[in-house]
Ligand binder design. Structure first.
Ligand SMILES: Nc1nc2c(ncn2[C@@H]2O[C@H](COP(=O)(O)OP(=O)(O)OP(=O)(O)O)[C@@H](O)[C@H]2O)c(=O)[nH]1
Length: 293
């Protein structure tokens, strides 16, 4: 799983690099059309020009699940589309031998800059993700966690949008290692993260907080919504059959989950302490439970 995520992220970064380069070349060709009046590429005059450039073809046909709904990826799509539409208007004027109003040219440059900024933002974000991925599970490591949580906390403060934290710890995980071996234990961790990724949204953040402990940050999520998400995760993990040998025998694990809000009224550290306490309450109350604080 981790290898897949790693590969997908690398693949996306490569595509972004190619897109930055191909748009650089495309821009030079556009300037030749606008300044020297060489005939334009017919594709640039179509309404769906943004789907026909090298990046557009990839963007609208690739189905990289990991990024499909990622907010920066979606914003990049809009910026790219706007830029090609602006360029089309300029080319149409040139083709009909009309002057390009300066406001229109400025608007195009603005759209171009916006698209370039989005490319860089996505590249930066994904390069950071690759760097901070836990090699076993593909969850993020704690390296960038504090900074991300601080950012989320500040956003919650500014926008008054609630955010929530969940802390998940596998139950009696030591027994899994002791009874089935460390590599089966590793597999359980990988499958747990796979479960989490099925339930979580693209902009939720998932960190491997400790050995078998995971911290989840859910932006724009009320405490009640977070509790429901945690309950879905708990139930999914408990139902999962994990094959541990060649005969296809299976084992099951459970998880204890704490939930709290990332409340602007108190600090990120306080919120982490609270969510940790909630998780321990779930442990002491019998495990395989969700507790809210
Ligand atoms: N296989 C595997 N085991 C790990 C990894 N990281 C931590 N562990 C094990 O996770 C186990 C955690 O055990 P404990 O802290 O005693 O917790 P527990 O057995 O889950 O018990 P409770 O949390 O009280 O339900 C230890 O045996 C660690 O060796 C890992 O990357 N792979």
């Amino acid at each position: 799983m981790a290898a897949v995520i790693h590969q997908q992220l690398r693949f996306v970064i490569d595509e972004i690099d190619k897109a930055i380069e191909s748009h650089q070349k495309w821009y030079q060709d556009l300037l030749r059309v606008l300044v020297s009046r060489v005939p334009p590429d017919e594709k640039d005059l179509r309404n769906d020009a943004y789907k026909l450039c090298e990046f557009g073809e990839w963007f609208y046909t690739s189905h990289v699940e990991l990024i499909q709904d990622h907010p920066t990826f979606v914003s990049l799509g809009h910026a790219h589309e706007n830029m090609h539409k602006s360029a089309k208007q300029l080319i149409e004027l040139v083709v009909s031998e009309q002057a390009i109003p300066v406001t229109m040219f400025d608007e195009f440059n603005h759209d171009l800059e916006k698209m370039r900024t989005q490319f860089q933002a996505l590249r930066h974000e994904f390069a950071n993700l690759v760097q901070n991925l836990d090699p076993l599970t593909g969850a993020q490591t704690r390296a960038g966690m504090q900074a991300e949580l601080n950012k989320e906390h500040a956003m919650a403060k500014r926008s008054l949008q609630p955010s929530a934290l969940a802390m998940l710890d596998l139950d009696h995980f030591k027994q899994v290692n002791d009874n089935y071996g460390h590599s089966v234990g590793d597999d359980v961790l990988i499958k747990t993260v796979a479960c989490l990724q099925q339930v979580l949204r693209p902009y939720d953040q998932l960190y491997r907080y400790g050995g078998e402990e995971f911290l989840i940050c859910m932006p724009n999520t009320t405490l009640e919504q977070a509790e429901r998400v945690a309950e879905r995760i708990r139930s999914m993990i408990a139902q999962q059959q994990i094959i541990y040998d060649k005969e296809g025998n299976t084992l099951q694990v459970t998880a204890s989950i704490g939930v709290t809000s990332l409340d602007p009224a108190y600090s990120v550290d306080d919120a982490i302490n609270k969510v940790d306490e909630a998780m321990y309450q779930a442990k002491t109350a019998g495990r395989n439970l969700v507790k809210v604080r």
